[in-house]
Design a binder for this molecule. Structure first.
Ligand code: IPD
Ligand code: CA
Length: 295
């Protein structure tokens, strides 16, 4: 057994940091060669892209983890796309997005994250997000703080939403009703007003920006568990909070998230959001989360 009894998951986290760095090298190398980052197929919509590098990076991570931790389970974006189940049991589970920001990768827009989260008993124990082009390694262990390249992270102390920077994304769902909800929410957030709204093109890197104090709040509907699992613990360990866009408790399978520096900012943003409910990642029954103020 690779785990140490006094600190059972540290060797897994150390392994994740090493393999994320290797994955980042693959991402950078692919950006240097012709067609290295060309989309090879689309997934849920014509603008939901996947490249060979996404698939190769996921294979690299899973193979290397399997050889060291043979009993552990996986939820990987590309494995789920190929038909593997997306189920979070109580078993130690690696939750992997080989490239968060695939559209950025395809266009050479320099924000792509290799995301590796690790959950036990359905709770994320640690997360690693490697911003491969910026060479920033974000790490957090539950109860142990959050770091970027070894430097401690702390969310912004801002409590006035009118002085806040928000982040969101437009996702890859072009259903007119969904696009309407995205824009009506954005209109209300902009009109609060907030200082600005940004989007890195990567859910995980937007969340790392919250953890770093660069933006106060990130919200999105349509993300997947692999986009946000690793970054979720980075946000909370930097002192931030997570909610569902309904204002209820976050559920990583629900495909809705608000990550904020504090509850005051989260509440003001949640009040502006038009809630919609995409199909859950685990295809479970629609949740019963009620709209309302964060609990
Ligand atoms: C996507 C990115 C994007 C967000 C989408 C995600 P991918 O992940 O995080 O910023 O808007 O909702 O699915 O497809 O690049 O791994
Ligand atoms: Ca991805």
């Amino acid at each position: 057994m690779a785990e140490k009894s006094h600190d059972p998951w540290q060797s897994a986290m150390d392994h994740a940091v090493a393999v994320a760095r290797k994955a980042g090298e693959m991402v950078r190398a692919a950006l240097q060669v012709k067609d290295g980052c060309s989309p090879v197929q689309t997934k849920s919509s014509a603008v939901d892209l996947v490249t060979e590098t996404d698939q190769e990076v996921e294979r690299l991570i899973i193979q290397s983890v399997k050889s060291k931790f043979p009993s552990h389970r996986f939820i990987g974006e590309e494995s789920v796309s190929s038909g593997e189940p997306c189920v979070l049991t109580t078993a130690p589970t690696w939750i992997i997005d080989p490239i968060d920001g695939t559209t950025n990768f395809v266009h050479g827009y320099p924000f792509v994250g290799v995301c590796i989260g690790f959950a036990v008993n359905q709770q994320v124990e640690w997360g690693v997000v490697y911003s491969a082009i910026e060479d920033k390694m974000y790490t957090a262990r539950r109860g142990g703080g959050a770091f970027c390249n070894g430097r401690p992270l702390q969310v912004s102390p801002q409590t006035d939403v009118h002085r806040a920077m928000a982040a969101t994304e437009f996702g890859s769902n072009r259903d007119p009703d969904v696009v309407d909800k995205i824009f009506s929410s954005l209109r209300k957030v902009l009109s609060l007003p907030v200082h600005g709204v940004r989007g890195a093109g990567s859910a995980a890197l937007n969340m790392c920006a919250v953890a770093s104090g660069a933006v106060e709040v990130y919200y999105e509907t349509g993300i997947h568990v692999w986009d946000v699992a690793a970054a979720s613990v980075i946000v909370t360990e930097a002192g931030g909070v997570l909610f569902d866009t309904t204002g209820g408790a976050v559920d990583l399978m629900s495909r809705r998230i608000v990550a904020a520096n504090n509850k005051t900012i989260a509440t003001r943003i949640i009040e502006q959001l038009d809630v919609y409910r995409p199909e859950r990642d685990d295809h479970g029954a629609p949740d019963g989360a009620q709209d309302g103020a964060p609990q």
